[in-house]
Design a protein around this ligand. Structure first.
Ligand SMILES: NC(=O)c1ccc[n+]([C@@H]2O[C@H](COP(=O)([O-])OP(=O)(O)OC[C@H]3O[C@@H](n4cnc5c(N)ncnc54)[C@H](O)[C@@H]3O)[C@@H](O)[C@H]2O)c1
Length: 300
């Protein structure tokens, strides 16, 4: 049975997004069909139980896992992948190819595969009538801005700031985010709806890892923390909000994936406005005892 999440998630911010909390079914009343790529991975581990509960979910990964169909989304001919995309309402793209090696050329070549993987998902989605693609991205698409932030020369980083990656991983995400706009703006025919979620710190923060570190390293984790329930809410509302057209009519958005952290400097105002994201957690409260110990030590 699909879960009615109305009670589960807090009120959406605007009337326009209020319907999103009861959108587990489509307009026809059928359970939404959702295809999840990278379904054996870490982020999928946080999302899949909820996605399976709410939707008619199909799980794909190149690695086996419970109820996961083993499919290589890069190595398989597109014609053989069509069946996975037909009839799907939303693709949740979490697949990520982990490059081997550290030298710049190897990193570049490896991350290029992630751009190729994302492009395949967009194109298959466009070709086979998928309404929306919701993909995992990362703050690393604009990670360089952390330098002026911590140097006191910048107060905030928002999704509309020009991407400024400082590593190949972030570069690939910036590349596939902008490719998403191309698919969403309608220049290829139908406008494919695209949301990119720049997840920051999707894990509980272990203070022991920061005891001997400069304080700003720990502060950065607190600023970027996203709890499991907030991550689930962000993806569910990204899938279910009926209308995500921007002021120009283009259904494309980048949302930062952070909780309502007191120390956050990545902006979530557009996620609040467009999909009614209303995070329930704040790292300041969640880790209050650790913060007191690490950041407010009496050093006299
Ligand atoms: N884990 C984090 O802390 C974090 C933070 C920010 C953003 N993200 C983003 O979230 C996404 C998922 O990350 P993750 O940590 O779950 O990664 P992960 O490596 O745990 O999972 C990725 C999954 O994709 C699968 N995969 C790789 N190539 C594939 C292919 N060709 N076909 C099908 N499946 C394939 C892998 O087998 C793996 O199970 C990535 O885009 C990542 O950049 C993760």
């Amino acid at each position: 049975m699909p879960t009615d999440s109305t009670a589960k998630y807090p009120d959406a911010l605007t009337d326009a997004t209020a319907d999103a909390v009861s959108g587990a079914a489509t307009d026809t009343g059928a359970r939404r069909r959702v295809l999840v790529t990278g379904a054996t991975g870490y982020i999928a581990g946080q999302l899949v139980p909820e996605l399976r509960d709410r939707y008619d979910a199909r799980l794909l990964d190149v690695r086996p896992g419970p109820d996961v169909e083993v499919v290589d989304l890069l190595g398989t001919p597109a014609s053989e992948l069509a069946e996975y995309f037909q009839g799907v309402d939303t693709v949740v793209h979490l697949a990520y190819h982990r490059p081997d090696g550290e030298d710049p050329q190897t990193r570049y070549d490896g991350e290029r595969r992630n751009v190729d993987l994302m492009q395949r998902v967009y194109q298959l989605a466009l070709d086979h009538g998928v309404r929306r693609v919701v993909a995992a991205s990362t703050n690393q698409a604009a990670k360089w801005y952390e330098q002026p932030y911590f140097a006191g020369r910048r107060d905030r980083v928002g999704p509309e700031d020009y991407p400024r990656p400082d590593n190949f991983y972030g570069w690939a995400k910036a590349a596939y985010e902008s490719l998403g706009f191309l698919y969403a703006c309608g220049s290829l025919g139908r406008a494919l709806e695209v949301i990119q979620v720049r997840i920051v710190v999707p894990r509980e923060i272990d203070p022991e890892n920061f005891v001997d570190q400069p304080a700003h390293r720990y502060v950065r984790e607190l600023a970027g923390y996203i709890s499991e329930r907030d991550l689930r809410q962000l993806f569910v509302r990204s899938i279910e909000t009926p209308d995500i057209a921007d002021e120009h009519g283009v259904p494309f958005h980048i949302f930062y994936g952070v909780s309502d952290n007191a120390r956050k400097f990545w902006s979530i105002t557009n996620a609040r406005e467009v999909i009614g994201y209303a995070p329930q957690d704040d790292s300041e409260r969640r880790f209050a005892a650790d913060i007191a110990r690490l950041l407010h030590r009496d050093t006299r």
